[in-house]
Design a protein around this ligand. Structure first.
Ligand SMILES: *Cc1c(COP(=O)(O)O)cnc(C)c1O
Length: 402
């Protein structure tokens, strides 16, 4: 796939230009909307997820805003899991309030809690397949049933599973979002996001989604759904979302992510293999407390993992170190093979102490709820030789608990 390092595209003639702007013909106008390299990336992830359409954008956080944008309006809310990535909890707690949107956080382990939180202004349900950082899994079929009953779209952040381990649309998700920064690219070179639409939600079934089902003033009164069928959401995202919010991915970034995706299957196989071995080793170690990997029989999510992520429940989990906060900090300072970074899903093993970094702005109570208690470190297991990973943890644990 070439890198189209191109901003604008020559129209064949005046009629061609008019048709493109009227969405009567699909083509390239300006790279804030679409670009051939960026579209190729979006379409590949759409294919991997089994969706109808989608867009690539500038970051995972941008993808979340793009997913919410067509369905939200001032005064509307979403019901979201308490176990989301800390950055997403921030985005949903504070920043989206500036748009007049809000989020209600509930425990998604109990579908009745979700049901109870839904009100007349709720417009979406939002969760993560494998929750970051706590190693909890979402029971996607059960959550999708609640969303269905309420006539609401289910948005699933599938970053930590990748479409290799889980395809949320097959479990009932309406929209899937990704931070392409993580496993999709795989090597820490790109900040990017993807939004995939299943094409399965009937936006015209109620009057809850007027931007899609009523004449849209932001696009000369076009009624996106049902006029544009299962591509209604995708076209809205391009024609209005990307056009006006400009959270566009650049072609060079798309190129790196396209290269990354070529090895996604191989990498994910090795990630889950290594994670299982490391989690089992940690669990039997007397210097270590609780290990949250859902591939362990001791995990409350073990049986759910067989259903939702049968090839392996990712490579991201936490463990507690006997000796608390101090021991965690010492452990991190003594690890050599692990990189100490605020990232996950890299080929290299990564470690972070969530309570003092990514989840720092949350209260201790919220940290514990999110699986980021002060005595816990989060690791993202890479694709190195697993014996090297264990040797590094072993020597650092010795120093941390001496
Ligand atoms: C990193 C991450 C995001 C945000 O993605 P960015 O590319 O950093 O904007 C969202 N959700 C999850 C689960 C993440 O890990």
């Amino acid at each position: 796939m070439p890198i189209y390092q191109t901003t604008a595209y020559v129209f064949r003639d005046a009629d061609h230009a008019a048709k493109l702007f009227n969405l009567q013909e699909v083509g390239y106008i300006y790279s804030r909307l679409t670009n051939p390299t960026v579209s190729a990336l979006a379409n590949r992830v759409v294919a991997l997820e089994g969706g109808a359409g989608g867009i690539a954008c500038s970051s995972g956080h941008a993808a979340q805003i793009m997913a919410l944008f067509p369905i939200m309006a001032p005064g509307r809310n979403i019901v979201a899991s308490t176990k989301l990535y800390g950055g997403t909890i921030q985005q949903f707690s504070n920043t989206i309030r500036k748009f007049g949107w809000s989020a209600k956080f509930v425990d998604f382990d109990d579908p009745k809690e979700i049901e109870k939180a839904i009100d007349a202004d709720t417009r979406a349900i939002f969760c993560e397949t494998i929750c970051n950082p706590g190693g909890a899994l979402s029971d996607l079929p059960a959550i999708a049933r609640v969303a269905d009953m309420a006539g609401l779209p289910l948005i699933v952040d599938n970053t930590t599973a990748s479409p290799y381990l889980c395809r949320p649309i097959e479990h009932g998700a309406t929209l899937v979002v990704h931070s392409a920064t993580k496993y999709l690219t795989g090597n820490g070179t790109v900040t990017g996001g993807i939004m995939v639409d299943s094409g399965k939600f009937n936006w015209s079934a109620s009057d809850k989604f007027p931007s899609l089902s009523q004449p849209e003033p932001a696009y000369h009164g076009l009624v996106f759904h049902p006029t544009l069928g299962n591509m209604a959401f995708t076209f809205h995202s391009i024609a209005i979302g990307l056009r006006d919010l400009g959270m566009t991915m650049n072609p060079q970034g798309a190129h790196y992510t396209l290269m990354g995706i070529e090895t996604l299957g191989l990498r994910m196989q090795r990630h889950v293999e290594n994670a299982q071995v490391v989690a089992e080793w940690l669990e039997q170690d007397p210097r270590v407390g609780k290990v949250t990997y859902p591939g362990l029989k001791s995990s409350p999510y073990y049986h759910l993992a067989q259903k939702v992520t049968p090839k392996g429940p990712g490579a991201l989990f936490t463990f507690s170190v006997k000796g608390g906060y101090e021991a965690c900090v010492k452990l991190i300072d003594n690890l050599k093979l692990f990189s100490h970074v605020a990232n996950l899903g890299d080929t290299r093993s990564l470690v972070i102490h969530s309570a003092s970094t990514t989840h720092r702005q949350l209260s201790e109570e919220a940290q514990i709820k999110a699986g980021a208690a002060p005595d816990v470190v989060r690791i993202s297991i890479g694709i190195e030789n697993v014996e090297d990973i264990i040797a590094d943890l072993d020597q650092a644990l010795a120093k941390a608990t001496a």
